[in-house]
Design a binder for this molecule. Structure first.
Ligand code: ADP
Ligand code: TZD
Ligand code: MG
Length: 586
């Protein structure tokens, strides 16, 4: 517990603990102490009124404060930290505009089921509520509410402990997500007796309690699985988040069932695992008869569990779904065997129920998958071995694939359209929670925020594979990366634009087409501007050399990887989601 003198501006004056009988604490210190008490060690944010002193004092009190150039990226960093650590990541912003800048990240975290807390300072309640025009006036609590799991406001210093505890519990319990905590400016300078303040804080006990599945639900799921001729497991990012890697592996291996990893579940088991059906994805989705979803929603990323992708013409499939959120069941198709609980408890119960004599899936099924997988992998190897000039997505990613293989502990951050889709299928992952990407929304702009968090949280090398458009959304944060000397290697896939660089202006006017950028832009100079390493790579060999140097030195590096501007396709693999114009071009 830190004790301070009466005035918050005197807060830096050191008063040894317990030396003053009239010791008081204030809102600033209670917030910091409440976070520390709950094991929070890092704050991601942007300083300003009314939280500038909070960032300073937090740093003084031993928290790591990572100061960004824009709140959205601080928020994304907090969200990624939440995913990686299963502790809520904290983003701290100023009022109205800063809050709004952080809000996209809060909503995105909630959508992805990542635990984070957006803490924003706010203006005077009395003035805000009467709309009298305060500095950065906004009813932030009301605006945040529909975009996150829970939103709280603390008006009295003695309630800070409760406010922080409720925020942590809301972020972590059940389905994880984003929480908003509103701290009005006046709160920070409120004082109270230091001992009473310390006593008011709450250390959250068992914030994400295990939730055991009901025995009859386990039996139902096992029955369904026993009857399967062509079973399939789909591992989602919920399974990666849960940090029960051994249990998940035991379930996959004991059952012998082929599995598909969703993007951020790659590496939960190594992508080279014999049971991975990733290279035969279309085949297994169409042909499977019983599907076990483990921490994966049947949203657009899985074509809602129906239609052609799922071989609708072959008849309906049976689903077993493991999820902590009971209301997720039946959201798109009927879930015949819902297994509501935490993933660790659910997969362990299934393994226990399988016992020793569990029959592996028919060899006909696993053999057919292996055949397709091997064929597709051979085809891919041939494509990766080509060395076209100019370099294309495949040849550049072929190089990165080898770098990641040699550095499996590195974290891969990935965004873009073609850059995302090709990297996801080409770059194998070997360890859990090493791949962070655009997630459920397919959002651009997570790149540098996620990279900062990955480096800060793990201390391991980070490889950010970025479309040139995607990079632009958070590019200024390379200053942050340089400032904190983070081991981040950014590879910009420079194809002169969104999807490709070849579109033309249909009007014949002077402006370039909406998807086209400045040709041959020198992104590497941006990194040099802040003291990092910047270079260009026009061949896989140059890319390999530059990445190896970056990983060996740990220095912030940006490699401008020049990619054939004709190589990409519209929207990458999701072209079909583009509404097509009813009126055809003349
Ligand atoms: P993906 O995009 O990889 O398919 P989703 O984000 O759609 O994954 O799904 C993640 C699911 O995991 C969510 O429905 C969430 O409720 C669930 N989940 C998250 N953590 C746990 C956990 N510890 N136990 C059970 N389910 C979890
Ligand atoms: N804005 C936000 C926040 N998210 C988005 N997904 C988009 C816009 C639309 N969008 C995509 O879906 S991908 C993309 C945009 C702008 C960029 C694709 O270009 P890129 O990748 O350079 O990053 P490729 O390799 O050229 O395809
Ligand atoms: Mg591009």
């Amino acid at each position: 517990m830190s004790a301070v003198l009466k005035s918050p501006s005197d807060a830096d004056a050191s008063v040894p603990e317990g030396t003053s009988t009239a010791a008081e604490t204030d809102g600033f210190h209670l917030v910091i102490d409440a976070l520390k008490l709950n094991g929070i060690d890092t704050i991601y944010g942007v300083p300003g009124i009314p939280i500038t002193d909070l960032t300073r004092m937090a740093q003084t009190e031993g928290l790591r404060v990572i100061s960004f150039r824009h709140e959205q990226h601080a928020g994304n960093a907090a969200a990624a930290a939440g995913f990686l650590t299963a502790k809520p990541g904290i983003c701290l912003t100023v009022s109205a505009p800063g809050f709004l800048n952080g809000l996209t990240a809060l909503a995105n975290a909630t959508t992805n089921c990542f635990p984070m807390i957006l803490i924003s300072g706010s203006s005077e309640r009395e003035i805000v509520d009467l709309q009298q025009g305060d500095y950065e006036e906004m009813d932030q609590l009301a605006i945040a509410k529909p975009l996150c799991k829970a939103a709280f406001r603390v008006l009295h210093a003695q309630d800070i402990g409760v406010g922080v505890a409720r925020a942590i519990r809301a972020a972590l319990s059940g389905r994880p997500g984003g929480v908003y905590l509103d701290l009005p400016a006046k709160l920070f300078s409120q004082t109270m007796d230091a001992a009473a303040g310390a006593a008011s804080l709450i250390k959250v006990v068992d914030a994400a309690p295990r939730q055991l599945p009901a025995p009859d639900a386990v039996a139902r799921a096992l029955d369904m699985l026993k009857g399967a001729k062509r079973p399939l497991i789909v591992l989602g990012k919920g399974a990666a988040y849960a940090q029960v890697d051994d249990q998940v592996r035991a379930f996959v291996e004991t059952s012998g069932i082929p599995y598909l990893p969703m993007s951020m579940a790659k590496g939960l088991l190594p992508d080279t695992h014999a049971q991975s059906a990733a290279a035969a994805r279309s085949y297994v989705l169409q042909e499977a008869d019983v599907v076990v979803l483990v921490g994966a929603r049947l949203n657009w990323l899985l074509s809602h569990g129906k239609g052609k992708t799922w071989g609708a013409e072959r008849g309906p499939k049976q689903f077993i779904q493991i999820d902590i959120a009971p209301t997720e069941m039946d959201s798109n198709v009927a879930i015949g065997a819902p297994l509501v609980g935490d993933i660790g408890s659910c997969v362990s119960a299934l393994v226990a129920g399988m016992g020793k004599g569990w029959a592996k899936p028919p060899a006909e099924w696993t053999g057919a998958i292996a055949e397709r997988r091997d064929k597709n992998l051979t085809k891919m190897a041939a494509t990766l071995a080509l060395n076209p000039s100019p370099m294309n997505f495949h040849s550049a990613l072929g190089a990165i694939r080898e770098i990641v293989k040699a550095n499996p502990e590195a974290i891969v951050v990935n965004e873009g359209a073609n850059t995302l889709d090709f990297a996801r299928s080409i770059v194998d992952m070997y360890l859990p929670r090493k791949r962070l990407d655009v997630g459920t929304w397919g959002i651009m702009g997570i790149g540098m925020g996620f990279s900062v968090a990955a480096a800060v949280v793990t201390g391991k090398p980070v490889i950010a594979i970025e479309g040139d458009s995607a990079f632009g959304f958070s590019g200024m944060e390379i200053e942050t990366i340089c400032r904190y000397k983070l081991p981040v290697c950014v590879v910009v896939f420079n194809n002169n634009g969104i999807y490709r660089g070849t579109d033309v202006n249909g009007s014949g006017g002077e402006d370039v087409a909406p998807t086209v950028f400045v040709k041959d832009a020198r992104y590497e100079l941006m990194m040099q501007a802040f003291g990092g390493e910047g270079c260009t790579a026009t061949t896989p060999a140059e890319l390999t050399a530059a990445m190896n140097a970056a990983i060996a030195s740990g220095k912030p590096t940006l490699i401008n990887a020049v990619i054939d501007q004709t190589a990409g396709t519209e929207s990458g693999r999701i072209t079909s989601l583009n509404p097509s114009a009813a009126k055809k071009k003349a």
